[in-house]
Design a protein around this ligand. Structure first.
Ligand SMILES: [Mn+2]
Length: 263
């Protein structure tokens, strides 16, 4: 007889992605309910050494090993544009699988996942460097399978601390918290609300958090900020590490911002 894990995975592999996401969200919630203290890390983008520095600054004994009662949480976009893209993916994976971290999927991760599932090869965003790191690794086939399986179990949204804390890559709006996610919601959560182009050709996104009035505190990333602004019920933790060299975390429920910069 095959092991349960293998049989279960093959059943999951045949289900549509939305179903997987919903399943994973529920799994993560019950799993996370044991502790209400979190260190939520902004868009990592392959800067693993800075993550190690950030953990040290938060008083961890070892990188990615939070003190008892705390958990690391990643807002997505683990790799691309960094010095250690594959290393970052594997470090986040190991921390999640060992129960020391939780994570949501970002748009970069979703793009890599589509490729790992047999889709088209992404050509921008630094994803091409990450794919090369994977393809040049010792056992690329097994590695791709490992990363695919990991990404497929990640939710788009985490509800933590009895619903008082929400983590979603580019953010979320209140109605999405109480309905099954639609295609529109999924796009919003991964990419934000694109409303046009900026003068420099980059996507202009609406600052959805300005109008967010929900009770739950929403932690997100995705849009690089020159300064991290702690709003009454939201914070964007993306300090644009691949340009600024700064990686930022929020400690919950303390609401303390912790940042480290490249030396
Ligand atoms: Mn992003």
């Amino acid at each position: 007889m095959m092991t349960e894990g293998v049989g279960g995975s093959s059943i999951l592999a045949r289900l549509p992605t939305e179903f997987l996401v919903v399943k994973a969200v529920h799994a993560q919630v019950s799993f996370a309910a044991m502790s209400n203290f979190y260190d939520i890390v902004g868009d990592l983008h392959g800067h693993l050494p800075l993550l190690n520095d950030l953990c040290e600054k938060m008083g961890y004994d070892a990188p990615l090993a939070p003190p008892p009662g705390r958990k690391l949480v990643f807002v997505g976009d683990f790799a691309d544009r960094g010095t250690h893209n594959l290393g970052s993916i594997l470090a986040v994976r190991a921390a999640v699988l060992s129960g020391q971290a939780l994570a949501v999927l970002g748009n970069h991760d979703a793009a890599l996942l589509r490729w790992l599932q047999g889709g088209e090869r992404p050509k921008k965003g630094g994803i091409e460097e990450t794919m090369e790191e994977i393809e040049n690794a010792l056992e690329p086939v097994a590695l791709k399978e490992q990363i695919r399986r990991f990404y497929e179990m990640l939710p788009l949204v985490l509800r933590l601390d009895n619903g008082k804390l929400i983590v979603a890559h580019a953010g979320i709006e209140e109605p999405m918290l109480s309905r099954p996610l639609t295609g529109h919601d999924r796009k919003f959560i991964l990419n934000g609300d694109a409303i046009g182009k900026r003068a420099d050709g980059k996507t202009l996104r609406r600052d959805w958090a300005l109008e967010y009035r929900g009770e739950a505190f929403v932690v997100y990333g995705h849009t690089p900020m020159d300064e991290i602004e702690l709003r009454p019920n939201s914070v964007n933790l993306d300090s644009g590490v691949y340009v600024s060299g700064t990686l930022t975390a929020l400690q919950w429920p303390e609401r303390e911002i912790v940042s480290v910069s490249a030396r």
